[in-house]
Design a protein around this ligand. Structure first.
Ligand code: ADE
Ligand code: ZN
Length: 342
């Protein structure tokens, strides 16, 4: 990789728009929490955990993801998890994150919604003060569970609007079309939550269209298969609807056979507002900058396109226009100083 590309990736301010906080649980932290909370896991050590992370599809991963998060029990666990991620990506020059969490995966195990939210939001607040990282929190509904249970999560979220910005839809895509959640998304929008959804990851372009038309989402999470449909691709380009793509995740879940098959370049060429993200970095073995490096190494992208991706990460965010402009100015300043030091 050319030196300038490497230093652009290392040094440009970036936002992460597709990150599940539960997907940042590193093997050693999982084992430590299991021990302190008396949770039994089928792993003897961190090597065994890492060895189990071989996935043939999204569902293979989700099974281990839900198992792993069973160690998260106390507010401190959620704080430690969130803080560890934020400290880690501070080194990647992340300055803003729009973070998913899956409350139903915890409340179903008897953990209070407030325990989960309290730990995450305290760490986000500390990161704002100590690391200069700003954030928004997006609560995901689990798509394999009934819509009534999503309504229960929404009721909890309504008590904490100051901490929860948006609602999302995640978990198994095949067999669970977005339209199943039409009513809860409508209610969430009425309550002022910004809607997004995971679609077109393993599902078809039709799921993306349904999420846009029925759930009225403002951003598409993944959206890979939207590119299979020329009319939908044009619509996303015309409306500049952001897509949060996750190259290493797609590769590790066998959505694509190789990193060079990532649709990020095709999306850039089609004029889409595409962004690069890590999804569940502990499970897939790559944080934010690893994903940028994967794009630089495996796709035929120019330095200009790497800069474009960093700029898109802010343009596609839910920051205010003034906040976005501030971050875009920081990128331009950083580029100037990198060019001078070349
Ligand atoms: N939950 C965590 N990561 C996910 C992904 N990539 N797709 C669907 N649900 C998820
Ligand atoms: Zn995801």
């Amino acid at each position: 990789m050319p030196d300038l590309t490497q230093s652009l990736i290392d040094n440009l301010p970036k936002a992460e728009l597709h990150l599940h906080i539960e997907g940042t649980l590193e093997p050693q932290m999982m084992l430590d929490m299991a021990k302190r909370n008396g949770v039994e896991l089928p792993y003897a050590n961190a090597e065994e955990v890492a060895k189990a992370y071989e996935f043939d599809c999204l569902q293979d991963f989700l099974d281990l993801y839900f198992l792993g998060m069973s160690v998260l029990q106390t507010e401190k666990d959620f704080y430690d998890l969130t803080w560890a991620y934020l400290e880690r990506v501070h080194a990647d020059r992340l300055t803003h994150v729009e973070m998913f969490f899956d409350p139903q995966a915890h409340t179903d195990r008897g953990i209070a919604f407030e325990t989960v939210l309290g730990g995450i939001t305290s760490a986000l607040e500390d990161a704002r003060k100590e690391l200069g990282i700003t954030s928004k929190l997006i609560m995901c509904f689990l798509r394999h569970l009934p819509e009534e249970e999503a309504f229960e999560a929404l009721e909890c979220a309504c008590k904490h609007k100051e901490h929860i910005f948006g609602v999302g839809l995640d978990s198994t895509e095949k067999g669970f079309p977005p339209g199943n959640f039409a009513r809860v998304f409508e209610a969430a929008r009425k309550e002022g939550f910004t809607p997004v959804a995971h679609v077109g990851e393993e599902g078809t372009a039709e799921n993306v269209r349904e999420a846009l038309d029925v759930l009225k989402i403002d951003r598409v999470d993944h959206g890979n298969h939207a590119l299979d449909d020329a009319a939908l691709t044009r619509r996303l380009a015309d409306q500049q609807t952001p897509l949060t793509m996750c190259p290493i995740s797609n590769w590790r879940l066998k959505g694509i056979p190789t990193l060079s098959a990532s649709p990020v370049k095709k999306a850039l060429d089609a004029g889409l507002l595409v962004t690069v993200n890590s999804d569940d970095p502990s499970y897939f073995g790559g944080y934010l900058n690893d994903n940028y490096r994967a794009v630089a190494e495996h796709l035929d992208v120019s330095e200009k396109e790497i800069v474009q991706l960093a700029k898109n990460s802010f343009a596609g965010s839910f920051m205010t226009d003034a906040e976005k402009q501030g971050q875009l100015d920081r990128i331009d300043k950083q580029i100037d100083s990198l060019r001078k030091s070349q």
